[in-house]
Design a protein around this ligand. Sequence first.
Ligand SMILES: Cc1cc2nc3c(=O)[nH]c(=O)nc-3n(C[C@H](O)[C@H](O)[C@H](O)COP(=O)(O)OP(=O)(O)OC[C@H]3O[C@@H](n4cnc5c(N)ncnc54)[C@H](O)[C@@H]3O)c2cc1C
Length: 375
Amino acid sequence: MNDTTYDVAIVGAGIVGAACAAECARSGMRVAIVEEQMIGGGATAAGMGHIVVMDDSEAQFTLTRYSQKLWEEASAELPPEVEYTKSGTIWVAADDEEMQAVAAKQAFYGARGVRVERLDAKQVAEAEPQLRPGLAGGLLVAEDAVLYPPAAAAWLISRARHEGAVLHVGRHVSEIRTGSLKLADGSRVSADSIVNATGAWAPQLAPGVQVRKRKGHLVITDRYPGFLRHQLVELGYLKKAHSVTSDSVAFNVQPRITGQILIGSSRQFDNENTNVDRHMVRAMLDRAREYMPAIGGLSAIRCWTGFRAATPDNLPVIGPSTEPGVYLATGHEGLGITTSLATGKLIADQLLGRQPAIALEPYLPARCEKGFAHV
Ligand SMILES: Cc1cc2nc3c(=O)[nH]c(=O)nc-3n(C[C@H](O)[C@H](O)[C@H](O)COP(=O)(O)OP(=O)(O)OC[C@H]3O[C@@H](n4cnc5c(N)ncnc54)[C@H](O)[C@@H]3O)c2cc1C
């Protein structure tokens, strides 16, 4: 390709690769980015763009909270097309049992400095008038936000390029080895370090990495300004997201700045075709109607699928692989938009020997060899 030896070559220009490139370039490294298709065209284009703090595990909370704050800090610089909006999340409780989960979530977040507000039945109805009557309440997490992921990835790549990063689009990487990567045409890019940020495709370049494709569907409606105000997620979401034995759907809707409503979400293992599966869409829309009957009267204009990169312990792998100088930044499952900026920081910290702002250990690929101890 050329004779330059880069400090780091990043494979994949999804939001994770883009964030790694932006942070490495900002930190003074000579960066190359190689993408076979288009910027932000993989899972990043298929994702919802919910910037959400999660309490599934202490490690997941720490990473999502760190990254949520990084997005907040970046928000003043984000161009309008990124559509960063702090619309907040309401975790919706259907009954008294789920209100117990609200209490637990409130205690967890409250103890860690996240501003949350418990809503009773009347308050949740006032906050979101289209929800069906009779719900028990919910938990409002006001600092959560939404953005438009492909535009966010493009913005990160433009920042990297502004700092001198070199972008190669339309180039398939066929092999990664210590010190260089090989392109499909046989040419090579040399770099001291290489970051595999190819999302759900990471195992093709790093055999043995425990990342599986997890298919998801989304539906987007026509424009209905004011129909929905917050991202709404049913409280059973996490339980469903973790089911590895069966296909699942959960009520998860998001207001876009255009007035459109994004309706999710579904999860499937062992289904690697990109087709829209009608039965999954039907199940997703039925679930949405259970919580928001008026959704049934809206016009859906598009529906698509994408592949999350799932790991056995629901945490990403961010750090050195077994191949010297080759790093992994993948496995972000349903949280890669949220955690992209933190991933970029953690990769640059490791490459430069900087002290990271959060402990690295829970995310290091080495835990794969130890059998994902805390699964
Ligand atoms: C339906 C759905 C909803 C989601 N909702 C949310 C959400 O609300 N919030 C959130 O935080 N996350 C969400 N996610 C997850 C999020 O979209 C992903 O975690 C994130 O986009 C992963 O980014 P990535 O850069 O790792 O991967 P990708 O965006 O998939 O990028 C990988 C890139 O690598 C390139 N590539 C692959 N192989 C090669 C090769 N050999 N050579 C060169 N290039 C290669 C691909 O072309 C691609 O561009 C959702 C995901 C789905 C599917």
